[in-house]
Design a binder for this molecule. Structure first.
Ligand code: AMP
Length: 284
């Protein structure tokens, strides 16, 4: 069945109130649209964890920097609705920017520690924008469960932190990254890539896998692990934005991956002018 499209905050409030009256639990999947199998996996898991699934489709202006791709971010609302329908989504919230940031809007959410470094450093203001819109959505929908992808690993930690610190009460679920058959992490931004850029973009996942293999062979020094990933980026002619190994929970930088430690390698690189990110676990 086609999802119910909600456009305003008032419509969301009325819809959520009716769900509560019926005693139904809600799973929320926030997105920026141009949906792919990664988004769909979150929606399907939402359906397993709650009675009703809602998705939001909103290209949130406050999380884009002045030189980023807000204006040309890919959009396909009708296609997205069809994917939501097939994933069992009951309602889609697709507001205009003015619905979320009306005149007089002045409240922003900053998550100070896990937002540091990585994308937080390369995209100033990005996580402030993400934290602000996700806080608004969690406050509005009051979902029992909200699902996010590990693809955006630092974002997931930011959202877990704000949900805890602001007592928003959702169960924040992180879901594994869905990949193309050749290993490329699915992303709406992959639509920007030419065939050649897409081929070269495989170096992100190949690089992380090379680091995983090196760790498995006994090299625990994170500088060596980073170099292994970097070599793949360089061989493919990608411009590195960062390659780092961090603690998987706190995101603090690591010099070595200790036995039993859960670490994460996080990579950002440009294929042509398109900035791509990827990450995977490094098991100590
Ligand atoms: P976006 O539309 O890019 O803002 O993503 C919306 C949600 O989908 C976020 O929680 C992302 O982490 C998640 N997501 C994006 N790509 C993937 C993927 N390849 N696998 C799993 N989740 C993803």
């Amino acid at each position: 069945m086609a999802p119910h499209v909600l456009r305003t905050v008032a419509e969301v409030k009325a819809w959520v109130a009716s769900l509560q009256k019926e005693g139904k639990t809600l799973a929320l999947v926030p997105t920026m649209g141009f949906l792919h199998e990664g988004h769909v996996s979150l929606m399907r898991e939402g359906g397993r964890r709650a009675d009703v699934v809602a998705a939001s489709i909103f290209v949130n202006p406050t999380q884009f920097g002045p030189r980023e791709d807000l204006a040309r971010y890919p959009r396909d609302f009708e296609g997205d609705l069809a994917k939501c329908a097939s994933a069992g989504v009951t309602a889609v919230f697709a507001p205009e920017p003015a619905a979320m940031y009306p005149p007089g809007y002045q409240t922003y959410v900053e998550v100070t520690e896990v937002s540091q470094g990585l994308c937080g450093e390369r995209r100033p203001g990005h996580f402030r924008g993400v934290a602000t819109i996700v806080t608004q959505l969690l406050a509005l929908f009051r979902p029992a469960v909200a699902l996010f992808g590990e693809k955006d690993y630092q974002q997931l930690q930011v959202i877990k932190t704000l949900n805890r610190d602001l007592h928003l009460g959702a169960d924040i679920v992180g879901m594994p990254t869905i990949r193309e058959a050749d290993g490329l992490a699915m992303s709406s931004r992959n639509a920007y890539l030419s065939a050649e850029e897409r081929q070269r973009a495989l170096a992100l996942s190949k690089g992380i896998r090379a680091a995983q293999a090196l760790l498995a062979s006994g090299t625990r020094d994170t500088r060596a692990l980073v170099e292994a990933a970097r070599r793949e980026l360089q061989a493919a002619g990608l411009r590195e934005d960062y390659v780092e190994v961090r603690d998987a929970g706190t995101l603090s930088p690591l010099d070595t991956v200790a036995p039993g430690q859960t670490a994460r390698m996080l990579v950002a690189a440009f294929s042509g002018t398109t900035r791509l990110i990827d990450n995977m676990p490094l098991a100590g």
